[in-house]
Design a protein around this ligand. Structure first.
Ligand code: ADP
Ligand code: ASP
Ligand code: MG
Length: 413
């Protein structure tokens, strides 16, 4: 399709009737310019959180299958209301659930992956000049069960549809002007970033910048789909996310991210023998728990401590497994720490410049913030600190790299 755009509107953009009408007008302005439009919607406002609470008011342990049946209903509300609003303004629109438009996923409920999209129905409706509205965050597996794509998963619906339909552009509409140098709710001085590479956005999203879901960026990168993150309440330009360009390397640090949803487990006094770490982490992996950072100290006494971080939601399950393992391998005890935060800096310029880690550590030290764990990759440095220090840390790091200034005027560290 020549002039096809996929637009995705997040929960805040369609939180109430006024917002839905605002979105409808925006969509119509594109329609008037001659674009064919596929619009992906999230659940209104906090609907997904409210549905989760509802599930937990009935049982402490809802099954993942039933959770998906429940959570998918939030998006169904938005799609119908937006379609009605468009019809009311005199434009033909039609709404579909993920299953109706053939978004086929694997069977892992609550974090399913899209394996195929059968776009026939969407194409038919586009040919009839209709605006097609699709419920984000959901699909159907081969057993015909409803699945959801992980929190923030409407982003991946939009990117995957852009790929399946050959759209030239995928616009992600949200409640801020684009991707910022830090979460604007935490650092008021944060600046909007004009352009970011896929890798930088991938790291920022993975490290806690909730503005985009990290898996959606992986897909966009793989298929080279240009993204634009922008505000549904303003006409400003937004942030373009695309392939890395040479000029991007001059920017040492693009942004700071913080993640407060992880917890740390420490296994104390582990015998320092080959195969022990393999045994512990094999057990955890087989319970489908993802591990983020791991540190093990060099042992001088034949015994050592191993610490690692996981999502807080997996903490109970992981501690139970680790306690059993500790007994088997003769480790002393198991400690858990829920009050951690991970702060990270991200930038492709790190590949070619040194001193970024030193500047980050110094900024934390000057504020008296203790570092509990460190990990690095080619374009990021992360530190685990006390959760109570998270906001202070983001602000200090933001300042040391002069992220509040336009990129041209920042001093190299
Ligand atoms: P939506 O409902 O549109 O999907 P989200 O709440 O998922 O919106 O994401 C938008 C929010 O992400 C913003 O309100 C902002 O507070 C937060 N955010 C975190 N980090 C960043 C960042 N680096 N840039 C922009 N927004 C960020
Ligand atoms: N409604 C889902 C969530 O809150 C999906 C999304 O908003 O992208 O996670
Ligand atoms: Mg989101």
């Amino acid at each position: 399709m020549s002039k096809l755009i996929v637009q995705k509107f997040g929960g805040t953009s369609i939180a109430n009737a006024w917002c839905i009408k605002n979105v409808a007008k925006r969509i119509i302005s594109y329609k008037k310019k001659g674009y064919a439009l596929v619009v992906v919607v999230s659940a209104p406002g906090d609907a997904t959180d409210d549905l989760l609470k509802l599930a937990h008011s009935v049982t402490n342990d809802p099954t993942d299958r039933e959770l998906d049946v429940l959570l998918s209903t939030g998006e169904q509300v938005s799609m119908a209301l937006l379609s009605m609003a468009l019809n009311d303004l005199g434009y033909q629109a039609i709404s579909f659930t993920g299953a109706q438009v053939g978004i086929i996923t694997d069977k892992s409920y609550t974090k399913a992956r899209i394996i195929n999209i059968n776009s026939r129905r969407i194409k038919e409706e586009l040919k009839k000049k209709k605006i097609v509205i699709v419920a984000g965050f959901q699909g159907i597996n081969l057993e015909q069960d409803i699945t959801t794509l992980g929190r923030g998963g409407s982003d991946i619906t939009a990117v995957a549809l852009a790929k399946a339909l050959g759209a030239k552009m995928c616009e992600i509409y949200t409640d801020v002007d684009g991707v910022y140098t830090a979460d604007p709710r935490i650092a008021r001085e944060a600046r909007k970033i004009d352009r970011l590479s896929y890798d930088e956005m991938l790291e920022l999203a993975f490290l806690g910048a909730q503005v985009m879901q990290s898996r959606s960026i992986e897909v966009a990168k793989k298929f080279n789909i240009k993204l634009c993150v922008r505000n549904s309440f303003s006409k400003k330009d937004g942030t373009i996310i695309h392939e890395e360009a040479k000029s991007m390397e001059e920017i040492l640090v693009s942004g700071v991210a913080v993640n407060r949803s992880e917890a740390k487990i420490t296994i104390c006094d582990v015998p320092d023998k080959p195969g022990i770490a393999a045994r512990i982490f094999r057990e955890i992996a087989s319970a489908n728990i993802n591990i983020d950072m791991i540190i093990q100290n060099v042992s001088h006494t034949g015994r050592t401590d191993i610490s690692f971080t996981i999502e807080k939601t997996d903490l109970k399950k992981a501690v139970n497994i680790v306690k059993k393992m500790a007994k088997k391998i003769g480790a002393k005890n198991v400690l858990e720490d829920r009050d951690i935060a991970k702060v990270s800096v991200v930038g492709v310029g790190m590949r070619s410049h040194s001193g970024i880690a030193a500047a980050m550590f110094k900024a934390l030290a000057q504020k008296g913030i203790n570092i509990k764990m460190i990990s690095t990759s080619e374009i990021k440095i992360s530190c685990v600190i006390n959760k109570k220090d998270a906001v202070k840390a983001v602000k200090a790091i933001h300042k040391v790299f002069e992220l509040q200034k336009p990129t041209r005027t920042r001093k190299a560290k």
